[in-house]
Design a protein around this ligand. Structure first.
Ligand SMILES: O=C[C@H](O)COP(=O)(O)O
Length: 252
């Protein structure tokens, strides 16, 4: 297998967790022996940032937001780039399908957030992926490339150093119905090829493309063996000790 870029394994805790349960889980993350070159990321709900900042000691991990807006000010209920930076955060997930589906984030909204975040020096995990209907209609490539192209239009070539792409087929999220390695690799390859043709060969080869959607300790090894899979964005299994096994699956 050609050498892969440094993997990223990110835990998206979504709107989950109690202080007690997350304290136990963070102790497991702290004890995890991670001796290969990997970037681990934990994205708690905003209310748990303080808890995670106080308790997460494993230096392989960074803390991420699950979303943000560009500007501070009179935006009740929101969290801005400046607020994240003030806490010392460097990572943010943008364009998750749940943000797109439940909060009306269009390709343009997501792209403008990516633009603002990379401009502010944050590292973005930019999520793309098709719904079941779009896949059944044979539109998977068109949908993910449309989502990617919207981002590419708003940022400079060099900015891609601060972007990690997460391919998350919507039909695989939280359903237990993981994409097969062939299905995932096919789309990851399409993404990398599009990047090579439209942004640049070097950017494309260095780009970390994560897979997300029902990743568990049982399927991570096989998925990571795919040439264009560079790590994972994990929901449900990231709230369990098995997340450390998913990290271990990226050791080759
Ligand atoms: O951000 C994570 C994804 O939505 C995947 O969630 P899941 O692992 O629960 O399917």
């Amino acid at each position: 297998m050609a050498s892969k870029p440094q993997p990223v394994v990110a835990a998206n805790w979504k709107c989950n967790g109690t202080v007690a349960a997350l304290t136990e889980l963070l102790a497991v993350f702290n004890d995890a022996k991670v001796d290969h070159d990997v970037q681990c990321v934990v994205a708690p709900a905003f209310v748990h940032f303080g808890l995670v900042q106080a308790q997460l000691k494993n230096t392989k991990f960074a803390i991420s937001a699950q979303n943000c807006i560009a500007k501070s000010g009179a935006f009740t209920g929101e969290v801005s780039i400046a607020l994240l930076k003030d806490l010392g955060l460097k990572w943010v997930i943008l364009g998750h399908s749940e943000r797109r589906q439940y909060y009306g984030e269009t390709n343009d909204v997501v792209a403008s957030k990516v633009h603002a975040c990379v401009g502010a020096g944050l590292i973005v995990i930019a999520c793309i992926g098709e719904t079941l209907k779009e896949r059944e209609d044979g539109r998977t490539a068109a949908v993910v490339i449309g989502q990617l192209a919207a981002i590419a239009k708003t940022i400079r070539v060099n900015d891609w150093e601060q972007v990690v792409v997460a391919y998350e087929p919507v039909w695989a999220i939280g359903t237990g119905k993981v994409a097969t390695p062939e299905q995932a690799q096919e789309v990851h390859h399409i993404i990398r090829q599009w990047m090579a043709s439209n942004v640049g060969a070097e950017v494309a080869s260095k780009l970390r493309i994560l897979y997300g959607g029902s990743v568990t300790a049982a399927n991570a090894d096989t998925l990571y063996r795919c040439a264009d899979i560079n790590g994972f964005l994990v929901g449900g299994a990231s709230l369990k000790p098995e997340f450390t096994k998913i990290i271990a699956a990226t050791k080759v």
